[in-house]
Design a protein around this ligand. Structure first.
Ligand code: FE2
Length: 365
């Protein structure tokens, strides 16, 4: 019961003094009375401290570029990554309570040394090419539109053979593992174990053929064994959904809205235990239905433009812009005049596993 709903007379000054004395003793014993905080502990619905927020790509990229001029990359700092700090989360570098998002920037010829950690990670390449990420010795190209995985406890490093710098979006479950005290970290080799630059990774040659899995590796894997989801496959899947809609067949989520989830081919489930990744394509003028969801979403615009309305507040988003939708904040998308391609990641797998996921669409479906 909330304290303000209790119909009790106010304490007299004498009673208040005794109460204050009791609270002081409790405080000394590291005890907290439930009746003074129940309203915050058990709200009627999620009331996140994280706020809806947008980061402009032009500003992000400019500062990443500047950091490339001023800060060397190497052992110790490990990565030239610039984390996005949600203004509602007290200065912590958390885009949401469970999720980390950062712009990582690598200058020509730079190598990011190998390490591994229990935190699950992915990369989404907004533009450029010429960097290979090496995951457990498997050199994997990073190109525009690619989605790449580094599930927890796999050694990984990057090297850049391009003549131009490259920047991409990193997403991890760092805040979740930090708060849950589950994090482990280990240094790997200073120099990459494989500086090859193959067209495709070994993981793709084994696992990224549509609907086909190798007999040599039966059973379910906790994370997807595919290191790179190449843009050409994502693009084709979205294009085909819209073509099917044009031909009068099922396939799109809603009119003019094609969407895919990146999946683990050994289970059909999410790519990693804590992170879901999706790609959405909206035709010009198409929109999605407003929805509340338990969990946090982060979008990055790949192409085109859109308006995302979060908690009744509109954010104009263009190429590269990153926007966060905190838990249970009502949101919907409206595509601009050229349509919109959006990468999205979320922490929904955590809440689905714990049977805590809920969604509510006020306009129905
Ligand atoms: Fe890492």
């Amino acid at each position: 019961m909330h304290q303000d709903s209790m119909n009790v007379p106010l304490p007299t000054p004498e009673e208040q003094a005794e109460l204050n004395d009791m609270y002081a003793q409790m405080d000394q014993m590291h005890m907290k009375p439930l009746w003074n905080q129940i309203g915050n502990l058990m709200p009627e619905h999620p009331t996140p401290e994280a706020v809806p927020y947008k980061w402009d790509w032009s500003t992000l990229h400019k500062l990443a570029e500047r950091s490339g001029e001023l800060v060397p990359v190497g052992r110790g700092g490990e990565r030239r990554a610039i984390g996005l700090a949600n203004p509602g989360l007290h200065g912590e570098t958390h885009v949401a309570p469970t999720l980390w998002a950062a712009i990582q920037y690598l200058a020509p010829g730079e190598n990011a040394p190998e390490h591994r950690h229990s935190q699950n990670a992915f990369r989404f390449v907004i533009e450029g090419e010429g960097v290979w990420t090496v995951v457990n010795g498997d050199a994997t190209p990073m190109r525009r539109g690619d989605f790449l995985l580094t599930p927890g406890w796999n050694f990984h490093g990057h090297h850049n053979i391009a003549s131009e710098p490259m920047a991409w979006l990193d997403g991890l479950d760092i805040p979740f593992q930090y708060k849950m005290d589950t994090g482990f970290f280990e240094f790997g080799t200073e120099h990459l174990t494989d500086e090859a630059t193959p067209e495709t990774s070994r993981s793709e040659r084994l696992w990224a053929h549509p609907g086909l899995r190798p007999l040599a590796f039966p059973g379910a894997k906790p994370s997807s064994p595919i290191g790179r989801y190449a843009w050409e496959h994502t693009d084709a899947a979205l294009r085909d959904q819209l073509a099917l809609e044009d031909a009068g067949f099922a396939g799109v989520v809603s009119p003019g809205h094609a969407a895919i989830r990146f999946s683990n081919p050994s289970t059909g489930g999410d790519v990693m235990q804590t992170i879901r990744a999706e790609f959405h394509r909206l035709r010009a003028g198409a929109s999605t239905l407003p929805i509340h969801e338990v969990g946090n979403r982060v979008f990055q615009v790949f192409e085109g433009s859109a308006t995302i309305v979060i908690d009744e507040k509109p954010f104009e988003i263009n190429h590269g812009d990153v926007v966060v939708v905190p838990s249970w904040k009502k949101w919907h998308l409206e595509a601009g005049s050229e349509g919109a391609d959006l990468f999205c990641f979320s922490d929904f797998p955590i809440f689905e596993k714990l049977n805590l996921f809920r969604s509510y669409s006020p306009e129905g479906i």
